[in-house]
Write a protein that binds this ligand. Structure first.
Ligand SMILES: [Zn+2]
Length: 175
């Protein structure tokens, strides 16, 4: 069984008049898996050097991820996403995969969209493809970064884990 078809999605940004001018769409596959984590964690860490567009993009992904982790597909999350992705249209393109042909739906994102439109489209698609399965948040109070991990894992990294264990040991030895 080939199951490659649903492992990716395609996005094209149209020009001012809504045309694509023959530009090829960008293919987002699993190599972009960390895209959402990076966006949300940029906001968690208040990463320097981002412009206002990038900040708005990251903050929107942070909001979605925080809500999704706490409440799943809540009405608030669905409203936030649908109010953004509703401007995205899809066009059918036929593409070759080897000698076979495959009909693909390419998202047409309007020219210069608000950064939240792009962020919402990325979040919606990547999450529905399962790329956020196993989402967690680091239990270290000074970190709080999002990460993907197994059920029993509490920290995003060895550094955060050992820092927390050292703190716990100090607390216990004082008591
Ligand atoms: Zn951490």
């Amino acid at each position: 069984m080939e199951k490659a078809l649903q492992e990716c999605f395609y996005v094209l940004q149209t020009d001012k008049t809504g045309r694509t001018n023959g530009k090829p769409p960008i293919r987002y596959d699993k190599s972009y898996k960390s895209y959402l984590l990076e966006g949300a964690n940029n906001h968690v860490q208040q990463l320097e050097g981002r412009d206002s567009v990038q900040k708005a993009h990251d903050e929107f992904i942070y909001f979605c991820m925080d809500e999704y982790l706490k409440k799943g597909a809540s009405p608030a999350l669905l409203n936030a996403l649908n109010s953004q992705v509703c401007v995205v249209g899809h066009q059918c393109h036929v593409m070759p995969i080897g000698k076979k042909l495959v009909a693909m739906f390419v998202a047409h994102i309007p020219h210069n969209p608000p950064p939240t439109v792009f962020a919402a489209y990325m979040f919606s698609n990547m999450t529905s493809l399962g790329w956020l399965d196993g989402l967690k948040r680091c239990k270290s109070p000074e970190c709080q970064k999002f990460f993907i991990g197994r059920p029993n894992v509490k920290w995003c990294s060895k550094t955060c884990g050992s820092r927390s264990r050292v703190r716990k040991m100090r607390r216990n030895s004082k008591a």
